[in-house]
Design a protein around this ligand. Sequence first.
Ligand SMILES: [Zn+2]
Length: 235
Amino acid sequence: MIGLEALYRVQDLDTRIFDLREREEGHPLKAELEELGSREQELAGELQSLRGELEGWRKKLQSSEAEVQRMEEKIKREEDKLYGGKVNNPKELRGLQAEVRSLKRQKDDLETELLEGMEAQDELSGKVEGLRAELDALRAEMEGKRKVLENDLRGIREEIEGLERQKEELEADIDVDTLQLYRRLLESKHNLAVVKVEDGVCLGCRVELPGKEYDRFLKSETVFRCPNCGRILVK
Ligand SMILES: [Zn+2]
């Protein structure tokens, strides 16, 4: 038994399987996730560099604070000398006064710098927070899409498996040589190896069979191939 009818149904199943494989490979969420993944890397890199910058500010401010404290102590020491009564020489006292004034000015400048630094640090902190929130949202979006994709792909694979099982059953009714020819043709004929003939026209290549060939085809009980494209023809 040649099993042409079964072969035609196998072709139909294969066509559906090829379509499903294409859907699996070209699932739009794959490209979308890839794009989101690059954006994620971009944001993560930006966040890392901002965090580095923030850490730099933190260290800088820490050392400025220590410097302000050192100056305060120095001012206090000079003032103690100035008002402690141990120094009486007017020239020396004037010198001490000038020294204290100069130190206070330096301390003021440093404190102004410190304040500006703190503002910059706050601004940077805000940016880091914003970026982190953006990254979190992006990752959540990716996770959601990944789940949808996995679900879709699982569905497609299950459908393919079901069709493969049906195919196996049908293939048992087809003789080995015909099946081998069919598989060879599938590869060389863009996944379409078995086609119907409608009004004498091969539905594979859309070329009309010459009258004599068409007559032979109508009477044929065995594998009959299109004289033009070589596909297996069925009634
Ligand atoms: Zn043809």
